[in-house]
Design a protein around this ligand. Structure first.
Ligand code: NDP
Length: 334
């Protein structure tokens, strides 16, 4: 049913653009409150893993013969919604195609600040940025001097979470999957330390090397063996912010975690969250992050592929770690 709906939207959008009278006769009725957008940038995100390995009970972002659904930055080319007008720039849920008819506009945010790169609204100023903000400021209960560890630290979320922690005066260490990523974390993004987890035989020993006094906040992006090693190195009253567990997404059965008992004697709080529960904070988030960007206090690294044809490779790179920074597609210049 979902695939059929998406397919119909596609046909209607195409016929509307080409001016096909038969289809466009019914179009205005169907698109009451809808907007037609031109997709400018499309975001590649780990939650879209259903594309790679769909599983029952997980949200489906891919239906055969239909465009992939995901976040993007778009320009409104026509609108039947009083809140949007032709020429508006927006970000939110769209589809991997040139033009999309968006009938549910509840996920769309208008872009008012355009003195920063528009592509940022797929990353630092969009969903991943909000994720770093919510995870760090709302869930982690951070304070100056905290010792913070971030896994997948050079990703769309991790690079920002680490810089928030530095701005708060924390000691920050990140893990990433290549020498190049580790160098960028230390030399460009201001992390105190970083290490390549793929080169460490013993993750517990690596963490003890960087955190001889233990970890106050763990910003969890990967799960599995890393989580197990972190549990051994948490401090009393530590906080584990469970943002994601990318190492587990494609497994038929999740890795067993052996050290959960550590939560009890160390009084650790371990809390998951979903960014979409917190979008009411979006304006607070912009008020925090935009000045940091304008003042050059935050750096954000993007990995932009050109054109829809390169979309599949860009998306898959998230799961092989070949991406460097926030991964996205440029579909069309404004
Ligand atoms: P990233 O940009 O970090 O991209 C994914 C990265 O994960 C890869 O570059 C790779 O980096 C690493 N990775 C891939 N496979 C593995 C593996 N098997 N083991 C360890 N690391 C792996 O993604 P995001 O920053 O967008 O997302 C980070 C996390 O946040 C994800 O877990 C995601 O699902 C989660 N998330 C959660 C949200 C929420 O609401 N809770 C919202 C958005 C994202 P490397 O080379 O370093 O291994």
């Amino acid at each position: 049913e979902e695939a059929k709906v998406i397919r119909n939207k596609q046909v209607l959008a195409r016929d509307y653009i080409s001016g096909n009278p038969k289809e466009s006769d019914i179009f205005p009725l169907i698109i009451h409150q809808a907007v037609l957008v031109k997709n400018l940038y499309l975001s590649c995100d780990p939650y879209m893993r259903g594309v790679k390995n769909p599983k029952p009970g997980r949200p489906q972002f891919f239906a055969p013969n239909s465009p992939i659904v995901g976040y993007g930055v778009c320009k409104v080319v026509d609108s039947r919604h009083p809140g949007f007008k032709t020429g508006d720039l927006v970000w939110g849920i769209t589809a991997w195609e040139e033009y999309t008819l968006i009938t549910d506009t509840s996920s769309l945010f208008k872009i008012d600040q355009t003195d920063v790169p528009l592509s940022y609204y797929t990353g630092i100023l969009g969903m991943p940025g909000m994720t770093a903000y919510v995870g760090f400021y709302e869930i982690a209960t951070p304070k100056t001097g905290d010792k913070v560890f971030i896994s997948s630290a050079f990703g769309a979320v991790g690079q920002l979470a680490g810089q928030f922690a530095k701005l708060m005066g924390c000691y920050v260490v990140g893990s990433a999957g290549s020498k190049e990523k580790v160098e960028i974390l230390k030399n460009k993004l201001g992390f105190d330390e970083a290490f390549n987890y793929k080169e460490e035989q013993d993750l517990d020993a690596a963490l003890k090397r960087y955190f001889p006094e233990g970890i106050d906040i763990y910003f969890e992006n990967v799960g599995g063996k890393m989580l197990d090693a972190v549990l051994l190195n948490m401090r009393l009253h530590g906080r584990i912010v469970v943002c994601g567990m990318i190492s587990q997404y494609d497994l038929d059965q999740e890795d067993g975690v052996r050290n959960l008992m550590q939560l009890v004697p160390k009084r650790i709080r371990m809390q998951g969250f979903q960014v979409f529960d917190h979008y009411h904070l979006y304006q607070n988030f912009l008020d925090t992050v935009l000045p940091y960007i304008r003042e050059g206090k935050i750096t954000y690294v993007e990995n932009i592929s050109q054109g829809l044809d390169n979309g599949p490779a860009a998306l898959v790179s998230l799961f092989s770690g070949l991406n460097l920074g926030k991964t996205l597609l440029l579909v069309a210049p404004q």
